[in-house]
Design a protein around this ligand. Structure first.
Ligand code: NAI
Length: 448
């Protein structure tokens, strides 16, 4: 069969691209070897956020007495939380299938391999397309630690299928995934220890924001061992070194969350001469174009952002360029969120990154606790909002928040960065009162 546009992988890059291209009148096919929705819907964002909400609901019920809510006898049924998670996933998958049908995107279930000359094979049949978008996502990396193949040691995909609570949970890696699962399990009373190799959790975040998140998770009962190097697993025992000392601890369940790698194998990429790196992913320019004409890539497979919304935007940019519309990816205005309680939400550069890039910077920071709505809704929780500005132009170049549901505010900051607003322009924006978002206005009073 001959198509205008073929999409390999049905995650947030794939189905967004397919729908957009089909709406523009192209004849589109989308190939998926597993389930519609990709990692985000089936093994990542959606299931983990549903479990985080379950844990948050339990935690709020348990700690509601400050609001006059006494829970009496309280229980948590993890099986029910999983059933809700599964129903959300089913509903969203049906939604994507419906969307594809509505836009007349042909969906083929099967594993595609690419061949030279804009063609691909799936289920033994070879097809052609003027343009092909490769968006096969990523998988968890598993470090070569002796004993790691034991049954009670799982990755972020495996843990989503365990619907009973362990006696305790040890998490290897205090990054985004490690912190989100630590929050789920600790909030419902499971003792959690996070073993993180670096001196602070979430090494990509502003270190002050990361430290606040760590302290808040500690309040929920998470123990962090920073600078911990896991050496081996033996039976239920985890061996690690800390400050040069050998340590051991027993783990009923171990989650390994030490990063992700792009899905580049089994696709025939070497054979067609595509420029890619097994760890760094498929090399693309800021339009999503690879070194081969007619072959584009978006999302985790490019190793560029590891975020569902970044994947969708990259896919959109590819479709615009295929349709002759000029568009390019801007990673410097890509928001990122850690969906713990409290949440972390960031966009743009940290002060250190800005200085490294040669900016002369001005910064401001204020605690969330100056905000009435914040302390009303998040009693006893520490939070912070920080901004980074280019001192030469007064342009906002970074916003970093921890506290409450700050994921719901970061789009405002993203819009400010995307439109390159300056401090004096932001000062004219009216924020509704009382909202936590007012923190974004107030923080500029602290800018020096
Ligand atoms: P990550 O890169 O965020 O964190 C991995 C952590 O593991 C790092 O802190 C690293 O220092 C540590 N580490 C690595 N090897 C280690 C070892 N042997 N022992 C102890 N610590 C070790 O990776 P993570 O959490 O697995 O997430 C993967 C990707 O998925 C990230 O890029 C993340 O941004 C993305 N993601 C985003 C989410 C979101 O937007 N909310 C949710 C989940 C994942």
């Amino acid at each position: 069969m001959k198509y205008d546009f073929a999409v390999i992988g049905a995650g947030p890059a794939g189905y967004v691209a397919a729908k957009k291209a089909a709406s523009a009148g192209l004849k589109v096919v989308m190939v998926e070897k597993k389930k519609l929705g990709g990692v985000c819907l089936n093994e990542g964002c959606v299931p983990s956020k549903t479990l985080l909400q379950a844990a948050k609901t339990y935690h709020h019920a348990k700690h509601g007495s400050i609001f006059g809510v006494e829970a009496g006898s309280l229980s948590f049924d993890f099986g029910k939380a999983h059933a809700h998670k599964n129903s959300v996933m089913d509903r969203m998958r049906d939604g994507i299938a419906g969307l594809m049908k509505k836009h007349k995107v042909e969906v083929i279930e099967g594993e595609a391999t690419l061949s030279k000359g804009s063609s691909f094979t799936v289920n033994g049949e070879t097809h052609e397309a003027d343009n092909i978008l490769l968006c096969t996502g990523s998988s968890p990396t598993i470090p070569p630690i002796p004993g790691i193949e034991a049954d009670h040691i799982v990755d972020s995909t495996g843990i989503l299928n365990i619907d009973t609570l362990p006696k305790n949970l040890v998490i290897v890696g205090g990054g985004v995934i490690g912190c989100e699962f630590a929050c789920v399990y600790a909030s419902v009373g499971v003792p959690v220890t996070v073993l993180e190799a670096m001196p602070e959790i979430c090494p990509n975040l502003d270190s002050e924001i990361a430290a606040i998140l760590r302290k808040e998770l500690e309040k929920k009962g998470v123990t962090f061992q920073l600078g911990a190097k896991v050496e081996s697993f033996e039976g239920k025992s985890v061996h690690f070194t800390l400050d040069g000392e050998s340590k051991n601890m027993d783990a009923d369940l171990v989650l390994v969350a030490t990063g992700r790698r792009p899905n580049v194998s089994g696709l025939g990429l070497e054979e067609i001469g595509l420029d890619f790196d097994p760890r760094g992913g498929v090399k693309v320019d800021n339009r999503g174009a690879t070194n081969l004409p007619g072959l584009w890539a978006a999302g985790d497979v490019t190793g560029q952002a590891w975020l569902a919304h970044a994947a969708s935007r990259m896919a959109e940019v590819v479709v615009h360029n295929i349709n002759g519309q000029k568009d390019q990816m801007r990673h410097d205005t890509m928001p990122a969120v850690v969906y713990t309680s409290p949440e972390v939400a960031v966009v743009g550069l940290t002060k250190e990154e800005a200085i490294d890039r040669g900016f002369k910077v001005k910064t401001g920071k204020i605690p969330m606790a100056i905000n009435a709505r914040y302390i009303a809704e998040n009693p006893g929780e520490e939070g912070m909002c920080k901004v980074v500005l280019d001192a030469d132009t007064n342009r906002l170049i970074g916003v970093h928040m921890v506290g409450g549901a700050c994921s719901e505010m970061i789009f405002g900051a993203t819009a400010m960065l995307e439109t390159e607003l300056r401090e004096e322009e932001i000062a004219e924006i009216v924020f509704p009162h009382p909202t936590t978002s007012e923190i974004m206005k107030d923080v500029f009073m602290a800018v020096r």
